[in-house]
Design a protein around this ligand. Structure first.
Ligand code: ADP
Ligand code: VHF
Length: 367
């Protein structure tokens, strides 16, 4: 059966730790495996880090640049080089590829999100393997994915993938960083992300990587929430991908949530970036979570964030636990005036006829 497979490979697997040079044999094996999966009829997307690492190696820099401008410049050097290597390897196997560079802003606006989705759909229809990276050279801090683990989970949500593989330099997730804790216990299956409350994720990754395990777990949360089975496994042995797809339990596997999101709901849940938080009383939480109702002003107890109407907000219970996300019909200032009040009081309070609902159920997705 044809499946949609997103594979993310991190800098720590693409380069050798000591010299920072490209790990050519790993890249060659990965290219072979992905080309095979494609030839078997699967749709394959590769999310590849490495622009900064490869750029550093090219320029003889011995550590990742700290300043934004330098990182952007170095990424511009590395990205072209990285694509050239991929194109050489994939071309040897007659597999066409494409470069897709994204910024966070590309997924926020509905029309740009749809454009991205359509481009992926066309590329996959043409049997191309898109190779995705953050558009580091133009990304600004406020609109950055920040790390490619998150980017790959969002891409998996956009293309409605069956699988997301996060390839890294450890063979799986452990109860603590195995580099610094010899007693760290391997974790094979994660049915619910709450099971990981005790897991220690140590510092923020290796010398060249960005996020470490923290961002991989966050990525697993996004992807499994979008119904994508997620696996953390060793990048050095890409052959394992085929074994995992045939049912072998290798690495750490995160089971997907059984939640059939449509494209618009996936955009609300993962494309949009929430700019505020609305706290609800118990009745409103129940109405939204159990009865699939819209949010009314009467159930709001507190509001945070300087959001405007039509922006995305998180809906939380009184303790701050997120229960849903949605597009809000009122700004923060308007909501401060109408929170806790009945819908038929709104026109008198605001002096104009607003929407009956604060977040309509069509614009609301459970977390
Ligand atoms: N609980 C944990 N289990 C496994 N690895 C961990 C854990 N906590 C931290 N790590 C570290 O995360 C590193 C991988 O992250 P990173 O360097 O960002 O990789 P990548 O470049 O593949 O994204 C590993 O080398 C490991 O030392
Ligand atoms: N866009 C950056 C990737 C940053 C990143 O997430 O790196 P990694 O932790 O190695 O996956 C680059 O290409 O260098």
């Amino acid at each position: 059966m044809s499946q949609t497979i997103v594979v993310k490979i991190g800098t720590s697997s693409l380069t050798t730790p000591d010299s920072g040079m490209l790990a050519l044999s790993t890249i060659a094996s990965l290219v072979e495996v992905l080309s095979q999966l494609r030839a078997q009829g699967n749709q394959v997307v590769l999310v590849s880090s490495g622009a900064v690492g490869v750029g550093c190696a090219r320029l003889g820099l011995v550590e990742r640049p700290k300043s934004m401008a330098k990182k952007q410049a170095v990424a511009a050097v590395g990205q072209g080089r990285l694509m050239r290597i991929y194109d050489d390897f994939f071309t040897a196997l007659q597999q066409p590829i494409a470069q897709v560079l994204l910024t966070r802003g590309d997924l926020i606006q509905r029309n740009r999100y749809i454009n991205v989705l359509h481009t992926f759909q066309e590329l996959l229809k043409l049997d191309v393997i898109p190779i995705v990276n953050e558009n580091d050279t133009v990304s600004v801090d406020e609109l950055k994915f920040g790390d490619n683990d998150t980017l790959s989970a969002l891409v998996a949500s956009v293309v409605d993938a069956d699988w997301l593989f996060l390839l890294t330099d450890v063979d799986r997730l452990y109860s603590a960083d195995p580099r610094s804790n010899p007693n760290a216990q391997p974790i094979t299956i994660v049915k619910n992300l709450d099971e990981l409350a005790e897991v220690q994720t140590g510092s923020s990754g290796t010398q060249w990587g960005t996020g470490g395990m923290v961002t991989k777990i966050q990525a697993a949360r996004i992807a499994t929430g979008a119904g994508v089975r997620t696996v953390i496994t060793q990048g050095r042995t890409p052959q394992n991908l085929s074994k995992i797809l045939s049912g072998e339990l290798i690495g750490t596997q995160f089971e997907p949530q059984p939640r059939p999101f449509n494209a618009r709901q996936r955009w609300i849940a993962h494309g949009l970036v929430p700019t505020g938080q609305i706290y609800l009383d118990e009745g409103a939480v129940r109405a939204i979570r159990s009865s699939g109702r819209s949010l009314l002003a009467a159930g709001i107890v507190q509001i945070e964030g300087a959001f405007e109407s039509q922006e995305a907000v998180k809906l939380c219970d009184r303790t701050g636990q997120e229960i849903a996300r949605g597009i809000v019909n009122y700004s923060h200032d308007e909501l401060e005036k109408i929170r806790g009040r009945q819908s038929d009081e709104i026109p008198e309070i605001l002096g104009y006829a607003g929407e009956e609902t604060v977040v309509h159920r069509d614009n609301l997705v459970l977390s």
